[in-house]
Design a protein around this ligand. Structure first.
Ligand code: FAD
Length: 290
């Protein structure tokens, strides 16, 4: 199995201001020749990027023939706000959504509390929109940080599948055993939907450690220590990051994965370097530019 045979997807986030959109479109243009199945666009905690996510989804949809997939988190939404957004996406021909609870906003006083968990969002969309959207949900091989234990987290994941999710993308991880164990546990529960590993390129020690603490992803000590060695040498740090994450992807391909989802973080180069290291033929000259 080679990387060229596997479906891949890329995740972008909406920039803070309108000035950020043209540079993001450039990054989209650099990644598009890899022919991903889709670009997904995140949704800020508590609906904080509702308008910007929608605008970007609609602007990028079908650019170079590639669909966009909006993320949608329900924690701060009402049935009315969801319906408005979903009607817009339906009219625009959007066919897939990433359905999430979302991170809880810092100021919880402002949240609607009509939806508490992602399975409720999946049920709502299925009840009101039938088969209009294919629903992708989040999965946590290393266990969601708020879950009381791994067993209950898996049962909660199963609720989303039973409510109608037809695929999942995982939180990122650097230990392939965590993914393999999760897949085996899913199989024992009768969960058969494709579960795409989410892959986070490594480009910066501090950011990786900060992100990982927040979302419950484990950075193996040896990786963290090696990254510290390269604090003053970003080129070597990035080369090391590419090597480590490429090895992770190779191990995952050996285990057997349905494809990969890359957390691009709006910078094409680290993901393109990774795909090249995995043997993808990326020939267009502009792709190798910084
Ligand atoms: P849920 O599946 O609802 O799970 C949340 C927690 O509640 C878990 O601990 C679970 O075990 C528990 N739980 C679930 N259902 C129940 C239930 N019925 N009863 C009791 N407990 C339950 N965040 C954003 O804000 N915007 C994004 O665009 C975004 N994109 C993401 C994309 C991917 C692929 C992933 C993996 C994460 C993304 N996140 C995003 C982060 C995500 O919102 C957080 O991890 C959030 O804390 C959980 O969302 P969820 O949909 O997994 O929630």
């Amino acid at each position: 199995m080679s990387i060229e045979d596997l479906p891949i997807s890329f995740e972008l986030f909406p920039p803070k201001t309108a000035e950020g959109i043209p540079p993001l479109k450039e990054q989209h243009g650099l990644l598009a020749p890899c022919r991903p199945r889709f670009f997904s666009i995140t949704y800020g905690a508590g609906g904080s990027t509702r308008d910007r996510t929608q605008q970007l989804v609609l602007e990028l949809n079908r650019a170079q023939g590639i669909p966009t997939v909006p993320h949608l988190s329900c924690v701060a939404e009402t049935t009315e706000s969801l319906t408005t957004l979903l009607d817009t996406y339906k009219a625009a021909g959007i066919q897939r959504l990433v359905a999430l609870r979302g991170d809880l906003p810092k100021d919880e006083n402002h949240i609607a509390h009509q939806f508490h968990y992602a399975n409720e969002l999946v049920t709502f969309i299925k009840d009101h929109y039938g088969h209009t959207f294919e629903l992708i949900v989040a999965a946590y091989p290393e266990v969601h940080p708020e879950a009381p234990n791994a067993h209950q987290d898996l049962s909660n994941f199963k609720r989303k599948v039973e409510a109608g999710a037809s695929a999942a993308i995982t939180q990122y991880f650097y230990n392939p055993d965590a993914y393999e164990d999760f897949i085996h546990r899913c199989q024992r529960q009768g969960i058969t939907i494709p579960i795409y590993p989410g892959i986070m390129p490594i480009t910066n020690h501090d950011r990786l450690v900060r992100f990982s603490q927040r979302c419950g992803a484990e950075v193996p000590r040896w990786i963290e220590q090696r990254l510290l060695d390269y604090q003053d040498d970003p080129a070597s740090l990035q080369a090391f990051g590419t090597e480590v994450v490429a090895q992770l992807c190779e191990k995952l391909m050996a285990i057997g994965v349905p494809g990969f989802h890359f957390y691009v973080l709006n910078q094409a180069k680290p993901t393109l370097d990774l795909l090249q290291a995995l043997g993808m033929n990326i020939t267009a000259p502009e792709l190798t530019a910084a």
